[in-house]
Ligand binder design. Structure first.
Ligand SMILES: C[S@@+](CC[C@H](N)C(=O)[O-])C[C@H]1O[C@@H](n2cnc3c(N)ncnc32)[C@H](O)[C@@H]1O
Length: 245
């Protein structure tokens, strides 16, 4: 089994502190969710499976040629993924999320008007760190981490998803000219993410600069971003690519 990332980090690498389940879903929603979720799951991969490493074709199937491939980490209820797929038919998204109620909202939202989008959305309903070791090199053109859990207290900083090791692993699965998109409504978290990417030698691609808010043209507001704005918080954005590319 490929557990590099786990072994290097130590025993608690996969321990996630964020909640995985909120209120119980109503019976009818639960039934629809259980029925529809398999439509979005990845094919079998990993140890003992002859398919082995996940390639673009293995994730999305044959229609991926000429498309922009996106990994969205912690998609929440996934409205932004659905809107992006509706706006751009050349987009393919693999979303990772372990909050069951969020995954259910996304899957059920695809029922209403998501028919034509199904082949372009895949969901990994688990911790993204369990997926990464099985993904081939350069599979994604974009990796988005939007409004990650902030863990603002200093003693909780070690719970933050982003660290040097994680950034190295993302670099492996990002295509040569690919970009990483980061957003947060927490100044400290944004500075933390900027400093990790910069100390790993990545180059800033957007024009916003330190704590900038130069959101890209195809940006779709997320649920957390709206919540932050309602509560008077500003949102920051950063985009990184490889040095010299
Ligand atoms: C603050 S929410 C933001 C949700 C969404 N991106 C938005 O902006 O509305 C952060 C999300 O990341 C998810 N998350 C945290 N760690 C994760 C991990 N290791 N793998 C996948 N999802 C994760 C949480 O379950 C949570 O739903």
């Amino acid at each position: 089994m490929k557990v590099d990332i786990l072994e290097r980090e130590g025993r608690n690498f996969f321990y996630a502190y964020s909640r995985r389940q909120g209120r119980r879903l109503r019976r009818s929603r639960e039934d629809r969710f259980e029925k529809d979720l398999p439509l979005f799951l990845l094919p079998r991969f990993g140890e003992g499976d002859e398919g082995g490493v996940l390639s673009r074709e293995k994730i999305w199937g044959g229609g991926v040629l000429g498309c922009r491939t996106v990994l969205e980490i912690g998609f929440g209820s996934g409205e932004q993924m659905v809107k992006r797929l509706q706006a751009d038919e050349k987009l393919m998204i693999l979303g990772c999320e372990f909050y069951r109620n969020g995954i259910a909202s996304c899957v059920l939202c695809m029922e209403d008007g998501g028919e034509g989008l199904r082949d372009r959305l895949r969901i990994f309903p688990e911790d993204v760190r369990r997926l990464l070791p099985y993904v081939g090199e350069g599979v994604f053109d974009e990796i988005s981490i939007l409004f990650p859990d902030p863990w603002p207290k200093k003693r909780h900083h070690k719970r933050r998803l982003v660290n040097g090791l994680f950034v190295k692993e993302l670099g492996r699965v990002l295509s040569l000219r690919g970009e990483v998109r980061l957003a947060s409504d927490h100044e400290g978290v944004m500075e933390w993410m900027e400093s990790v990417w910069e100390s790993e030698g990545w180059c800033r691609r957007d024009n916003g600069g330190h704590l900038g808010c130069d959101f890209p043209e195809d940006w779709v507001e997320t649920r957390y971003q709206r919540k932050g704005a309602r509560e008077g918080r500003k949102s920051y954005f950063a985009c990184y690519g490889r040095d010299g590319v």
